[in-house]
Design a protein. Structure first.
Length: 323
């Protein structure tokens, strides 16, 4: 089969190589998937760089989120088990962890429903307890993780303020349903949020960026507000001043979605059922901005790493299926 492999750590566009390799053999409790679509996530770039919390042995195939077909014909979504990731014609997954692909979504959309939307659902509902009528601030609102949070918050009845970088991404955020869009390249984020909220600030902040974005969050979070720390795509991990959290009466909440797979897998299943129902009624629909062939995977991962994409980019191997 054809698969992208990483033989040494570095930038995705430089270290990913498309090769002919043996089809993987599943181990105990694992299944083989024919990949219909593989969604690109920022962790794929971190895996290539050797900067992710998981460091698979070299060589490995990246691609942590797929929609595929089992050998008995079921259409499912899954997180492949590395080193046999999703940027290939076939991948391997834990049989107990695969989830049925929603009928309302095509292959690329279904692949994109998993990590980003599960993270958003757990972050907003399980951790921050977002309520209808509250105001949410989403950093990187036009990106894959941020766009999922925007849609989920709107479905929950919240007012959403989206922060983006550039006019093109601002247009995408408006299309996603953001009530207020702030272009950090052209506006003072803190001043704009305070103006939009009448000086009150926001009830919940969803932050997959870190760095300066986190600092801005602490300045605009309201009394008894909650800041959900999802990741550090900006490259800088902030050191929060806990005295500031005390004085302003806000909470800092961490979210590592992957832990639920081992700590409370029933919640992951429950979340998937909720997401499937939302997709069925059209309340959420992953924004897939690009569908690229398998040959274009390395360049696409590099674009995601560089932060120049919107929504999700899906790799479609073309195993005779429509995606």
């Amino acid at each position: 089969m054809q698969a992208w492999q990483v033989h040494e750590n570095g930038e995705p566009g430089e270290v990913m190589r498309l090769q002919e390799v043996d089809r993987p053999t599943p181990g105990d409790g694992q299944i083989l998937l024919t990949v219909r679509a593989a969604n690109i996530n920022f962790p794929d770039a971190l895996l290539c760089r050797g900067q992710y919390q998981i460091r698979p042995p070299l060589p490995f195939t990246p691609g942590v989120e797929v929609c595929g077909v089992t050998e008995d014909g079921r259409r499912v979504i899954a997180n492949p088990v590395l080193p046999y990731g999703g940027f290939a014609e076939y991948a391997v997954a834990d049989a107990a962890a695969v989830l049925p692909a929603p009928d309302a979504l095509d292959d690329a959309e279904a692949a994109a429903l998993h990590i980003g939307y599960q993270t958003g659902w757990f972050g907003l509902h399980r951790r921050a307890a977002l309520e209808a009528g509250e105001t949410l601030l989403v950093h990187a609102a036009a990106g894959g993780v941020g766009s999922a949070a925007v849609q989920l918050a709107k479905a929950a009845g919240a007012t959403v303020i989206g922060v983006v970088g550039g006019a093109g991404k601002a247009a995408v955020a408006r299309e996603l349903g953001c009530d207020v869009v702030i272009d950090r390249h052209a506006q003072d984020v803190v001043a704009a949020v305070k103006e939009a909220t009448g000086g009150r600030g926001v009830d919940v902040v969803y932050d997959p960026v870190g760095g300066d974005a986190y600092t801005q969050s602490t300045k605009v979070v309201a009394f008894e507000g909650r800041i959900v720390v999802v990741g550090f795509a900006g490259g800088s991990i902030p050191s929060p001043a806990l005295n500031h959290a005390l004085v302003k009466n806000y909470s800092i909440l961490g979210l590592h979605w992957g832990l639920y797979n081992t700590k409370n897998p029933k919640l992951v299943q429950h979340c998937h059922e909720q997401l499937t129902a939302l997709a069925a009624r059209g309340a959420i629909k992953p924004l897939v901005s690009e569908r690229v062939p398998l040959s274009g995977a390395a360049a696409a991962v590099q674009r995601v790493a560089d932060g120049v994409t919107t929504g999700r980019v899906a790799v479609v191997p073309g195993n005779g299926a429509s995606a």
